[in-house]
Design a protein around this ligand. Structure first.
Ligand SMILES: Cc1cc2nc3c(=O)[nH]c(=O)nc-3n(C[C@H](O)[C@H](O)[C@H](O)COP(=O)(O)OP(=O)(O)OC[C@H]3O[C@@H](n4cnc5c(N)ncnc54)[C@H](O)[C@@H]3O)c2cc1C
Ligand code: SF4
Length: 435
């Protein structure tokens, strides 16, 4: 895995971008392109930056990536394009993501992108969920001439990008500008519309796409997890994302001791947000070692820079409260690693007699999230053992006319993966409706 100590959210100056671009050797077989889930033509867009054609670079990225600024900011590139870059020493791999976010920011600054309206075939497709999977499916289908309506339960579109990933990593002006560009292509998004996909199929939609993600929190289930002061990671991040509503949250967190349980993106974002909201001390409890930690490496480094205290190979056993039912401490136990489990990661095993207590006022549980099993159960669609929807090569489910992509089929990966799967499912819908 490549280590990148990029500052979150920085955008290159033009001279920096041109310098970085000249480090790309434009390899013939470009392994970085294969490593990008949507297949951005990286050498070609970097070639335009070398020539000073920043808008041209953005257009090349957009041929494959619907959200270039977003992906340039939050793709886990240490595992994707940058990981496979052939350039090594002395300056390390080319900062492909930095160049992508620079090109996107240049285009955003220029503004006024025009789209040619595509002639509609008249067939209507319903899209449930406006996260990256739903947006990618919608944009591809509009390009193919379908009439598309996106139904979104929340008040704003964007899914986890809007309601979970904090602003310090994904500035909202970039996200909103890229979603606006999708709307300008002719994608209608109805926010505040929680719908039943089964009912849509029975209405006058020729096909329905499901991109509802994984929004049901998983609790540790330990004694005390219902005490006052215990938050679910996604709920906590939603409050953080709510902007002005974050002020009461700041009052709740500032000067307090916080424990975050988990080692994924939600845990890291929650810990960093708590530290930034002024927590006196932020602990992060993770039951495995750094090697098994699912969070993006740059996020782990950022959390460490923010002063978050990492308790590795540590699992909470109970949350303790006072007479008023408010959290006062958390009891933990040391763990050691055994043989690999079903996930392929080494199983954490409790070490007897190692219990200890940390005094805390707030506990944030961030041990995972799962699909809406009630909705999926009502649909009667085939699922796999984790409850996620089982799909074929083109996102086709076991119900004719119903397609799915994104976290609801994978259990949770990345924005760029959801974009790739959404576009592929659009291909599947087109084949289904053209047959
Ligand atoms: C805290 C956090 C940090 C992350 N960090 C990164 C990162 O740095 N980089 C990265 O690439 N990925 C990251 N991810 C993962 C990424 O956000 C997800 O993989 C991606 O958003 C999944 O897209 P999706 O479209 O499948 O679902 P979602 O983004 O979850 O969108 C699903 C949408 O469907 C809507 N919906 C659900 N049910 C209904 C219904 N019945 N009717 C109407 N609408 C409905 C929801 O309101 C939601 O808006 C992070 C995730 C989290 C939670
Ligand atoms: S979309 Fe993401 S993975 Fe693909 S080239 Fe851009 S930053 Fe890399």
């Amino acid at each position: 895995m490549r280590q990148l100590n990029d500052q979150t959210g920085t955008i290159y100056e033009p001279a920096q971008a041109v310098f970085e671009a000249t480090r790309c050797i434009e390899c013939y077989n470009a392994p970085c392109v294969d490593a990008c889930p949507v297949g951005v033509d990286i050498p070609r867009f970097i070639g335009r930056i070398k020539m000073g054609d920043f808008i041209g670079a953005d257009q090349i990225i957009r041929e494959k990536c619907l959200l270039p600024g977003v992906c340039g900011l939050i793709c886990p590139v240490e595992r994707l394009c940058v990981e496979s870059c052939c350039v090594t020493q002395p300056l390390g791999p080319v900062r492909i993501h930095q160049l992508q976010r620079f090109a996107a920011a240049s285009a955003l600054a220029q503004g006024n992108e025009e789209f040619e309206p595509v002639r509609s075939s008249g067939q209507k497709v319903g899209i449930v969920g406006s996260g990256p999977a739903g947006l990618a499916a919608a944009a591809s289908l509009v390009n193919k001439g379908y009439r598309v309506t996106v139904f979104e339960a929340m008040d704003s579109p964007g899914g986890m990008m809007t309601y979970s990933i904090p602003d310090h990593r994904l500035p909202r002006n970039i996200l909103e500008a890229e979603i606006d560009a999708i709307k300008k292509r002719g994608v209608e998004i109805r926010t505040g519309s929680r719908v039943d996909p089964g009912e849509l199929l029975e209405q006058d939609f020729s096909a329905v796409f499901l991109g509802i993600g994984t929004h049901k929190p998983v609790s540790t289930g330990i004694p005390g997890c219902d005490l006052t002061g215990v938050y679910q990671g996604l709920d906590f991040l939603r409050l953080v994302s709510a902007g002005s509503a974050a002020d009461p949250l700041r009052e709740e967190i500032a000067g307090r001791r916080v424990a975050v349980v988990g080692g994924g993106d939600v845990a890291m974002d929650a810990a960093i947000s708590a530290a930034r909201l002024g927590a006196k001390r932020t602990h992060l409890l993770y039951r495995r070692s750094y090697q098994e930690m699912p969070a993006i490496e740059s996020e782990v480094s950022l959390a460490q820079q923010e002063g978050v205290l990492f308790w590795i190979l540590t699992n909470p056993t109970r949350i303790i409260g006072d007479e008023q039912g408010r959290v006062t401490s958390i009891e933990c136990r040391e763990m050691e690693l055994g043989e690999p489990d079903d996930s392929g990661r080494r199983r954490p095993i409790p070490v007897a007699g190692t219990e200890f207590k940390l005094d805390v006022d707030i506990v944030i549980e961030a041990v995972g999230q799962k699909v809406d099993s009630d909705l999926i159960g009502r649909l009667g669609v085939e699922t796999d053992s984790a409850g996620t929807i089982r799909v074929g090569e083109y996102g086709d489910t076991s119900l004719p006319g119903l397609f799915a992509a994104g976290d609801v089929i994978s259990g949770g990966t990345t924005v760029v993966q959801a974009l790739a799967e959404g576009a592929r499912a659009a291909e599947g819908i087109d084949r289904y409706l053209s047959a």
